[in-house]
Design a protein around this ligand. Structure first.
Ligand SMILES: [Zn+2]
Length: 142
């Protein structure tokens, strides 16, 4: 097992109100221009009525989601993150929030008390996940 030290949250940068499956996102990531070997994220939180959590790339495998941070992190993406004009917007639904918090809790049981970051904690070129994780989820203690 690789050494996992942190969780990084992303958005899929897809329009508010739309839902996409991990399989669809996998197809995007495996085709032009990316041509990756698999979906970049380890988990996807759907924008459906339950905030369904889907597995992406197996956690044992290094993901492709945050430049310079992939080898020791788990990447989670919630579906959404932009408004109809593709401008960054916190579109996380109550169900997605609940699923995200449950997922973090489960991962912490397995991997220890991992700190949680947003993609935008590692770059100022991206707004992803369209909010500051620290501010939105103070209960995660990061
Ligand atoms: Zn991101």
């Amino acid at each position: 097992m690789r050494d996992i030290k942190k969780i990084i949250l992303h958005c899929t940068a897809t329009r508010e109100g739309k839902d996409y499956s991990a399989d669809t996102i996998r197809k995007w990531h495996m085709s032009e221009p990316r041509m990756w070997s698999d979906i970049g994220y380890h988990f996807v939180i759907r924008n459906d009525e339950n905030g369904t959590i889907e597995r992406g790339r197996p956690v044992e495998k290094k993901g492709a989601h945050t430049l310079g941070e992939n080898s020791n992190s788990i990447g989670i993406a919630y579906v959404g993150g932009v408004d109809k004009d593709l401008k960054a917007k916190d579109t996380m639904t109550a169900c997605q929030e609940e699923s995200f918090l449950k997922l973090v809790e489960s991962l912490r049981i397995v991997f220890g008390d991992l700190p949680v970051f947003g993609h935008n904690d590692f770059t100022n070129k991206k707004e992803c996940p369209s909010f500051k994780v620290k501010k939105k989820f103070p209960q995660l203690g990061v």
